[in-house]
Design a protein around this ligand. Structure first.
Ligand SMILES: *[C@@H]1O[C@H](CO)[C@@H](O)[C@H](O)[C@H]1NC(C)=O
Ligand SMILES: *[C@@H]1O[C@H](CO)[C@@H](O)[C@H](O)[C@H]1NC(C)=O
Ligand SMILES: *[C@@H]1O[C@H](CO)[C@@H](O)[C@H](O)[C@H]1NC(C)=O
Ligand SMILES: *[C@@H]1O[C@H](CO)[C@@H](O)[C@H](O)[C@H]1NC(C)=O
Ligand SMILES: *[C@@H]1O[C@H](CO)[C@@H](O)[C@H](O)[C@H]1NC(C)=O
Ligand SMILES: *[C@@H]1O[C@H](CO)[C@@H](O)[C@H](O)[C@H]1NC(C)=O
Ligand SMILES: CC(=O)N[C@H]1CO[C@H](CO)[C@@H](O)[C@@H]1O
Length: 368
């Protein structure tokens, strides 16, 4: 009888040890190498990972040949494989990519949410000719919903939620559509008749600053803001600018307008750092990275890898692709391939030149 009790106790002890060990391992497996508790993403098709899948819009990428190099196949990412924020999530040590707001449920949101939406812009009307999209203002509203859910999960302790959210990274990469799907479509949008490129850059910079202040009010303290790439040089613009007319002037016109936005954005980042001393804002110099990478310079960049529609610039459903996707800069006529995304993300995370990230890179922001 006594030995029976001892045996039972021994078993119970063993089970207890096993369970507690398992729990510890579960805990360790969850982001043992994670550098920040969570990662939130705001932006457009460069970052969208599925938010547009169920919207009525032309700006969708949840069909082959998108995702041809992604483990799960087509997901709504506008590229062949991983996008820039997927690589950043990997560098930050996350075990999983950040789920889209459209489908993120339960405790997963504690690790972050991706709000980015194809065709979306800083301005509400941007992208409306494509159909529905989640503008930056709507993305911020969605983030408010996430924050209130996180508050409930962390037990209504406002202070602990605030502390938790302050340690997370917030990437904001938006503005390309305010040019491509607004200012430079004068047949549909009046902005180019109202503003000069310089005035428009100021209007966008000011509105984005306000949006970043809202994000700050929802508890964000570590911001990485991406400047825009040289979007005048994407294949669909090159071909619409035409080779017969002065094509390079048309391309330059767009790239110059975008550089005004970028220069202003960088000064706003400096001002935000001065004004909000408890927060850190960094600016990623996308055009600088794009123009100084030897790898990027070696890629085919005047045509898309996939067979793309000349009107939308997106891959034709089930259309053909180039044979070697590592040799092309653009997957469709608008969006970069995975290999290009890896270069941008790599230098945003760990700057190779002081010009890449100002005043420091995402790796430093994580530890700041
Ligand atoms: C944009 O739309 C949101 C609602 O989605 C609204 O709250 C906001 O005031 C609008 N912003 C502008 C500048 O019109
Ligand atoms: C085309 O535009 C560029 C400026 O972007 C200018 O230097 C060049 O002279 C122009 N060429 C023609 C043929 O007009
Ligand atoms: C910083 O604060 C000054 C003074 O309050 C204000 O004029 C400026 O707009 C602020 N800048 C930003 C980017 O918030
Ligand atoms: C971006 O980097 C390039 C060089 O790589 C530099 O010439 C340019 O001034 C930088 N732009 C900004 C806004 O910092
Ligand atoms: C793309 O560039 C290559 C070489 O730089 C050239 O041979 C080809 O004609 C160009 N294609 C188009 C569509 O411009
Ligand atoms: C694809 O291109 C890359 C870069 O040029 C090269 O390293 C690789 O060997 C090529 N792969 C194939 C299968 O040709
Ligand atoms: C992060 C967060 O939600 N902070 C809130 C805590 O509560 C104060 C006042 O109740 C709010 O102003 C903060 O926004």
């Amino acid at each position: 009888m006594a030995s029976q009790i001892n045996k039972t106790m021994l078993w119970m002890l063993l089970v207890f040890l096993l369970l507690s060990n398992m729990q510890q391992r579960c805990f360790a497996a969850k982001g043992k190498h994670q550098k920040v508790p969570c990662f939130f993403i705001f932006g457009d098709s460069l970052s969208d990972d599925g938010n547009n899948n169920n919207l009525v819009t032309l700006a969708k990428a949840n069909y082959p040949p998108y995702g041809i190099d992604f483990p799960k196949g087509p997901t709504g990412r506008f590229t062949n494989g991983r996008n820039i924020v997927d690589f950043i999530a990997e560098f930050l040590g996350f075990d999983n990519y950040i789920p889209p707001f459209a489908t993120a449920r339960g405790r997963k949101i504690l690790k972050g949410v991706n709000y980015a939406s194809g065709a979306a812009g800083i301005r509400n009307e941007t992208g409306q000719t494509q159909g529905d999209r989640i503008s930056m203002d709507r993305q911020l509203k969605n983030h408010q919903i996430t924050v209130s859910k996180i508050k409930q999960m962390l037990g209504n302790h406002n202070k602990s939620t605030a502390e938790y959210l302050s340690k997370c990274i917030y990437v904001v990469a938006i503005g390309s559509n305010d040019y491509l799907n607004n200012y430079f479509l004068p047949q549909y949008y009046p902005t180019s008749t109202i503003y000069t490129p310089q005035q428009y850059a100021v209007v966008l910079n000011d509105q984005l600053s306000q949006q970043l202040m809202s994000l700050y009010k929802y508890g964000a303290r570590k911001f990485a803001i991406f400047g825009l790439a040289a979007i005048g040089s994407i294949p669909i613009i090159r071909s619409s600018c035409g080779s017969g007319t002065n094509g390079s002037a048309c391309v330059d016109n767009i790239n110059n307008a975008v550089e005004l936005f970028n220069a202003g954005l960088k000064s706003h980042v400096a001002a935000l750092n001065r004004n909000l001393t408890r927060a850190s804002f960094i600016f990623i110099n996308s055009t600088g990275i794009g123009s100084t990478s030897p790898l990027l310079a070696s890629l085919v960049s005047n045509v898309s890898c996939c067979e793309a529609s000349s009107t939308t610039g997106l891959c034709v459903p089930l259309g053909s692709t180039c044979s070697n996707r590592s040799q092309y800069a653009f997957y469709d006529s608008i969006h970069p391939t995975q290999i290009v995304a890896s270069v941008y993300a790599g230098r945003a995370y760990k700057a190779e030149s002081p010009c890449d990230a100002y005043p420091f890179d995402i790796g430093h922001l994580a530890h700041h």
